[in-house]
Design a protein around this ligand. Structure first.
Ligand SMILES: NC(=O)c1ccc[n+]([C@@H]2O[C@H](COP(=O)([O-])OP(=O)(O)OC[C@H]3O[C@@H](n4cnc5c(N)ncnc54)[C@H](OP(=O)(O)O)[C@@H]3O)[C@@H](O)[C@H]2O)c1
Length: 265
């Protein structure tokens, strides 16, 4: 594998799409992946016309366990060396835990965690060989926030991903490989509609909602600077700071006023 590429999961929309454009604007070749082909083709055309980089795509459903091998084989065949891996694809499940079929929980966990681990594992070997690698995990402020009544696994899985990112740094910084957990707060994307939780987003005050392009810019800069954790925007930096020091009961109360959707169904 020769030519360096940045692989971005969930590149068909929202934060992933903006990260792809941000990386291309910095001269990086990008490999886009998601399920919706038309959107990937549209983004590929936009990137090729605007930036002087190579841009390719592969459709893959990360809830299917064969998808990671499919992406890896595609890269091998094309001679792409993935020196930047952006694990971004994700969504939330809208219902109470007892109302969600186990099959849906498994798919959710595969997209948000197992595929992240699997993609990282499969591309890490080449990164170690070349002494060159950057990994981004798009996590969430939910990793630090009190639990939500209706998204029982979302916060825990993001906390898990933050810890995984820390472990990667501990093991591989010596190989010039760095992992960055990017933890956005509420971001205006297709996430809440796709996840069936748009009511949650509608009840959030505007000052807490940030644009996907801003998250992408701060996230990519942090990753290129080898930052371990990036909480984009000042507003959410302050909130995460408060989450670490304010007693949980007090935060729950404030949160139930500012983001009531997390508490109702
Ligand atoms: N929006 C927020 O408020 C917010 C806040 C904190 C963290 N985040 C995190 O940010 C990341 C990106 O979300 P977003 O806000 O940009 O949402 P989005 O606009 O809905 O984008 C989600 C992306 O994930 C892809 N995806 C979903 N299921 C997939 C599957 N089974 N296989 C492959 N790709 C899949 C989607 O592509 P296809 O549908 O084409 O497959 C899409 O490109 C997620 O990890 C989310 O947890 C979001």
């Amino acid at each position: 594998m020769n030519k360096s590429f940045s692989l971005i999961t969930g590149a068909s929309s929202g934060i992933g799409l903006e990260i792809a454009k941000e990386l291309a604007s910095r001269g990086k070749n990008v490999l886009l992946t998601a399920r919706r082909e038309k959107r990937l083709i549209k983004l590929q055309n936009e990137i090729i016309s605007k930036f002087n980089v190579e841009c390719d795509f592969i459709c893959a459903d990360l809830s299917q366990d064969k998808s990671v091998t499919k992406i890896y084989n595609f890269c091998k065949k094309k001679g792409y060396f993935i020196n930047i891996l952006i694990n971004n694809a994700g969504y939330a499940l809208p219902n109470f835990f007892h109302n969600t079929p186990m099959e849906e929980e498994e798919k959710f966990l595969r997209v948000l965690s197992t595929s992240v681990i699997s993609l990282t594992k499969i591309f890490l070997t080449e990164m170690i060989k070349k002494n060159d690698g950057k990994i981004m995990i798009v996590s969430s402020v939910a990793a630090y926030a009190p639990p939500s009544k209706i998204q029982s696994l979302y916060g825990p899985v993001k906390t898990f991903m933050n810890r995984f990112s820390e472990a990667l740094n501990l093991s591989y910084n010596k190989n010039n490989i760095y992992s960055t957990a990017v933890c956005p707060g509420y971001t205006v994307t297709n996430f809440h509609t796709a996840s069936g939780v748009q009511n949650e987003m509608d009840s959030v005050p505007n000052f807490l909602k940030k644009s996907a392009s801003r998250i992408a810019k701060e996230g990519v800069k942090g990753m290129l600077d080898n930052k371990k954790v990036v909480v984009p925007t000042k507003t959410w930096k302050i909130i995460v700071f408060l989450l670490k020091i304010v007693p949980k009961k007090v935060f729950d109360l404030i949160s139930s006023v500012l983001a009531p959707g997390r508490y109702e169904n």
